[in-house]
Each structure stands twice: as structure tokens, then as C-alpha cells.
Write a protein that binds this ligand. Sequence first.
Ligand SMILES: [Zn+2]
Length: 478
Amino acid sequence: MNAVELTKSLRELGLGKGDAVLLHSSLISLGHMEGGAEAVVKAFLNVIGKRGTLLVPAFGALGIIPEVLKKRSDAVFSDCPVGTVAAVGAAAEEFCAGHWKADTAHGKNTPFTKLAEKDGWICLLGVDQDRNTSLHSVEALLELPYLSPVTRTFRTPEGEELTKTWSFYPGPHRDFIGLDRILLESGAMRVGRIGNAQVRLIRASKMFEVLLALGEEDPAFALCTNPSCADCVRQRAAIFAAEMAEESFRLTVSSRLAGRYVPEMIENLKRTGISLIELDYLQGKACALTPADKLRRAVEELAEAGIAVSALRVPAVPDDPAKLAGLASSCGIRRVILPLMNSRDAADVLKKAGVEVSFVNLCQSALSAKKAVAELAEKSGCDLTFNGPRFVQAGEMPFLQSYRIGHFIKVLRQLDVADCKWDGEATALACGNGEIKELVSILRCHNFNGFLCLGGGAAYPGSLEDAVNDFRDLLGTM
Ligand SMILES: [Zn+2]
């Protein structure tokens, strides 16, 4: 392979006079190249001519071809310490100007997005999509929640020392390789062979169009699905947390669903991006019956990991409400969930001790729950936790019957997000008779600002991650 042959191949692939092209390359991939990297640069400049512009990334370990271009006397640099490019040609100055002033390293007003505006190309010469820096531009333009800011102290082209933060900077792992097929099938990319190397020529504007649409639909479009990839698991968690922050309700999860031991609960909550937990069971035992020092340690450990307790759920009417109030207070738990029936006296004791009380329906019909709520409300107001599976087990349809019969909307402060069949068998969400989709939907329509508790007061047939995926899917179909 020599410069003449390479020039011919690049022309055949579609590169032409006046084009702007951002080149990511591996010289070794071409096999033997007469004249080495200099000849490659020469071939590209020949093809695009005097009106064209050749750009290369100029940060990190980039191989010999960018080095050759960087050393040219006519090379222009974009002077952004987190994403510099070097350029040669007609629009080199225009591409590079003010890169460091942009809000992000790869988004608006950077050489990467200017390339698309000028209808330029991205060329991957013997390298794959992992090297395609412009994919970071797509992430930055979408302002994806897993991206984070980066700060550097550097010298501006005018020689002034400056400390600046660029937002939406990319994280560690992404499955950019998985986007290759999409770019090819959408017509944004063509693939050829030059020497030994696979060459990908991508129309930048088309790539942005296709991937921005994909990212709008699925913000995890660039993440891998490997459950062992801690980076992508964490990045997915950030996406879910951002989605939940947009909702009016607050999402909490049952500790039984989160794990058996506290460290396991913390890891699972981190993996899913949830920062609230409802304490029902710890190591298979009711939290309400756990010694105070043990429960306090658990609450402290959770708090250190940034996880707050939304409530302590009590499985039965407490025999010693004063003791329960003491347990909650000494652990800093401000809200307790009690059975709706026969808990009035216990609730009074807890409320006197400054603990909020919510009542949950257990083995009862909506009519009896309605009566109990009315009696409580008459005296001092009632805060209801609505458990669909329990109404199912009472033979009712939680949305069509229970919710409507009870007129619970006024007192509802929590919805348990779980499902089961008439015979009590626990199912995934919207796979049983619990009408959970209808219940979640109606509460969203009311901009419900109470708690939704995943796996609250019910068994869940799967892991927390399964439950979160089911819940996301459920919201996705509304
Ligand atoms: Zn990954």
C-alpha cells in the first residue's frame, strides 16, 4: 500500500474535494504502508484538497498518524484540555476556535458538533466505534444523567491561567461497539476495506440524527448490558434515579426485597439508584422485633451510604406500643406503618411520642377498611398505606372495586407496589390480579406526592433489580 493507492481507495469510499474529516486511526491496521504515517496524512490531504479540512484527536495516546499531523507547521489546536483536536486545512481555525469556552468538551460549539454542522465525515481507519469521540457528543447533547463534570486548570490561548469545569463529561465504560450495526443499517455509515484495514466512513450529521433519536427514546442506548460491568450498572442507576426525580411520588423499597443483610441492601440499592428504604424485615426477622441497638446500627449504616428510611413497617398490632415508640425514636425513624384494624390505641401512643403513623389494610375488605378509616379520621385524621395484594386476597379488584368503594384518595399517603393472584401467589407487577398498573397510573394523574413502596407489605417473586425493571417497564407502558 502506498499514498496513491490509499488516495484512490478513500475516493472510492466517498471522500472528496472540500470535505472536512475527523480521522481516528491505527497505522498498523493498514499492513505495510510505504512512507508510513506521513503518507497516510498526505493521502487524506490529497483527497480533500485545499478547501478541505483534516482533523485528528490530539489528547491521550493516539498513535503515530495524529502525531504526524500535530507536528505540521500549519496545524491548529483547539486548546480544550479535555478533548483537544488538531486540524489542518481551510476551516482548521474555524473548527478549533473557542473550543475551551464551550460548556461541554464534546457538545455544542466544539469541533465535534461543528463537523456535523459542516456536513463533515468521521473516518475510523482500522479502529472501531470505541475510538469514535463524536459518540461522546451525542451523550453530551442528550445531557445524560450518568455524565459528570470535569474540572481542569489550564492556560488559555491568550496565556491566562484558568480553572474551568466542563459539564456532561463521559464516564468509564460504554458499549459503543454495539452502535456500529445501527449506524450501518441507518445509512449513516459505510464500511470499506483498505489494505488490511476495515475503514468506516460516517456522515457526522446523520450519525447525530440517528443516535440523538435513539437516546431520546432510551437514555441507556450507549451502555452495555453485562450485569458484571459495575460502570454500566452504576450509569443505569443514575438514569433511573433521574427518571424517578421527575416523578411526583417518592420511590422507596421494602428492606426484605432489598436484601437479607444491610451491606447487601446497600449494594442492591446502589445498583438500582434508589435512596429510600422501608424497614420491614432484617435477616428474615421483623424489624419491629429487632433489638434497638441492632436496628439503630442498621439505620446508621444505611445513612452512611446515603440511604434514608421512609418508614418502619410493623407486621401486627404491637402489644407494647410505648416500646415500639421508643425503638422508632432511638433509631431516628419518624414514620411507622401499623395494621389498619385495632391499632388506634397504639397509634395514639406513637403520635404522642412524635412518630407519624400510617395504617395499612391487612385481612379485610375495602368496606371494612373504609369504616376503619372513617373512625380514625373522625378522631385525628388518617394516613393510609394502600396494599393491593391484601385486597386481592380478600377477593376484590383493588382498582375497580377497593379503591373506589373506599374513597381512599383523600387519605392515601402510600401505595404498595406489588401484585398477586386471587389465591395469594405473588407475581411480578401487572401479572396478577392486583391492577397495579391502574393504581400507579391514577396516582400519577393526581401528581401523588406520597410514597410508592416497591415490594411493600408483600413478597416479590424476584430480586430488587427484577422489581425495578418491572416497575420501569410498567411506567414505560403508561
Ligand atoms: Zn459496561
